[in-house]
Design a protein around this ligand. Sequence first.
Ligand SMILES: Nc1ncnc2c1ncn2[C@@H]1O[C@H](COP(=O)(O)OP(=O)(O)OP(=O)(O)O)[C@@H](O)[C@H]1O
Ligand SMILES: [Mg+2]
Length: 281
Amino acid sequence: MIKVRDLTFSYTKNKFLEDINFEVDQGEIFGFLGPSGAGKSTLQKILTGLITTYSGSAIVNGIESKKHSNTYYETIGVDFEFPSLFEKLTARQNLKFFGSLYSRKLRASEELLTKVGLQQDGDKKVSEFSKGMKSRLNFIKALLHDPEILFLDEPTSGLDPSNSRDMKNIILEEKKRGKTIILTTHNMNDAAELCDRVAFIVDGKIKALDTPHNLIMSKGATKITYSYDAGREMTGECLLSHTADDKLLQELLRSNQVLSIHSSEPTLNDIFIEVTGRMLV
Ligand SMILES: Nc1ncnc2c1ncn2[C@@H]1O[C@H](COP(=O)(O)OP(=O)(O)OP(=O)(O)O)[C@@H](O)[C@H]1O
Ligand SMILES: [Mg+2]
């Protein structure tokens, strides 16, 4: 669905994106993960045809994105980082207006409003909406024409846990309906839960690209922590792959003295720090 080859882009004389290469298959949720300023939104702007002065190639649904015609926007849905809505119109009027720009059969607005819990607020002006309400409306605006590819730039940012959960469920539903989804986030938990594959982006470059599971398994070593009774409760730890080398643990196991054993895998966040040397925020 998406094929990016040797993509490089500069806003100024510095390179903001450098030698980006990746492919996204149909039905996949692909995540861009990286700290603020890494170039995630810039990359989305290229893929959605808003920036055309790049070198290399960015083919989306068979079309080189800088050469797109307006029909390109019939097949993609974009949830921008910052909501783009008419403040003086109500939520329903916004959906009606944006829907009128497409020649495709639209999805039912009422159903979409209900999905994100905005049905009661549909006749309120967007200027009266909270930040999270605007995000939710902006999100369903991207679904309205039932596009094949969805570009979601930080869709859960600024949402409370319950709305964020609903949003993630809708994203997973869209995947089930065969949609291809490009998701930008700095929330590692969301990425690990939603994405089939993620690309770590730092300073305009892809530093790693794989499934969350493989990233965790390739770099991280699962640790075990155990406790035992030595007059008072003591703890020890070792790598799961090296339990046979831990003499104390072996002795405790032989004499049935172990009180508890817990294993802990590294998180995607730990791996991000290990691979990129950077925190996510
Ligand atoms: N229009 C512009 N002109 C010049 N520089 C820009 C422009 N837009 C973005 N940049 C710069 O490009 C870099 C990447 O920005 P981008 O918005 O892609 O980051 P991001 O990874 O989406 O960050 P965030 O997580 O904060 O949204 C930043 O250094 C930013 O200052
Ligand atoms: Mg951004």
